[in-house]
Ligand binder design. Structure first.
Ligand SMILES: Cc1cc2nc3c(=O)[nH]c(=O)nc-3n(C[C@H](O)[C@H](O)[C@H](O)COP(=O)(O)O)c2cc1C
Length: 191
């Protein structure tokens, strides 16, 4: 089985999403010792903004192929300014290609990507799972929308939130996220 692991946090070793995405990959490796892992650090090695002449060619085509080849995709996704990091958005801009990953037809839009399991390690400074800030959450919502558009329904979010609300809240958010990682079902991974 092939796994594509992406990170996009600019916060290096202090990154919550990197810590959780690494734990997810460790868990998946423990379940499948033959797992082939490709890793892309979108913060250290950012993809360019898309351009019309370069669209879906050269490096952009390779990024798309890497995504299509993966059975499992694990994404470290920090919330920056209420949405995903622009580095991760640039990756999505490379994989949404009409005719390759989706198409418009008589029946409307159709996702063309064979289903994959996607696990998103999402970290947020504040609390968005309920309360007044819920309507300001555009990271999880945007990522879920995109994968659904491509035809991928198996998207699991492992969320660490409130990590900017003090050391205690950060520690308990990370602890809860890492406990969630341990509950990821091996059967669901193979499905
Ligand atoms: C540039 C920047 C923008 C941020 N914007 C938000 C935000 O809009 N809402 C929020 O709750 N937290 C925000 N935060 C806090 C991050 O969501 C929090 O640090 C989270 O842990 C980021 O993931 P990371 O630790 O993997 O980088 C921001 C942090 C940075 C560095």
């Amino acid at each position: 089985m092939k796994l594509l692991h992406l990170d996009s946090s600019i916060q290096g070793e202090n990154s919550a999403s990197r810590a959780v995405s690494a734990a997810v990959v460790d868990r998946l490796r423990a379940v499948d010792q033959n797992l082939q892992v490709a890793y892309r650090d979108l913060a250290a090695d950012p993809l360019p903004h898309i351009t019309l002449p370069g669209f879906a060619t050269g490096q952009a085509a390779a990024v798309l192929d890497e995504f299509l080849e993966a059975d499992l995709v694990v994404i470290g996704a920090p919330m920056y300014n209420f949405g995903m990091a622009s580095q991760l958005k640039a990756w999505f801009d490379h994989i949404l290609v009409a005719g390759k990953t989706f198409r418009y037809g008589n029946a409307g839009v159709e996702g063309l990507v064979p289903d994959k399991k996607v696990i998103v390690a999402l970290s947020r400074g504040g609390i968005y799972s309920d309360g007044p800030a819920a309507a300001m959450e555009h990271a999880e919502a945007h990522i879920r929308t995109i994968f659904g558009f491509l035809g991928i329904d198996q998207v699991e979010f492992v969320v660490a939130e409130g990590v900017a609300l003090g050391a205690e809240q950060r520690a308990s958010a990370l602890e809860a996220a890492l406990a969630h990682v341990e509950r990821i079902e091996p059967l669901a991974l193979a499905a």
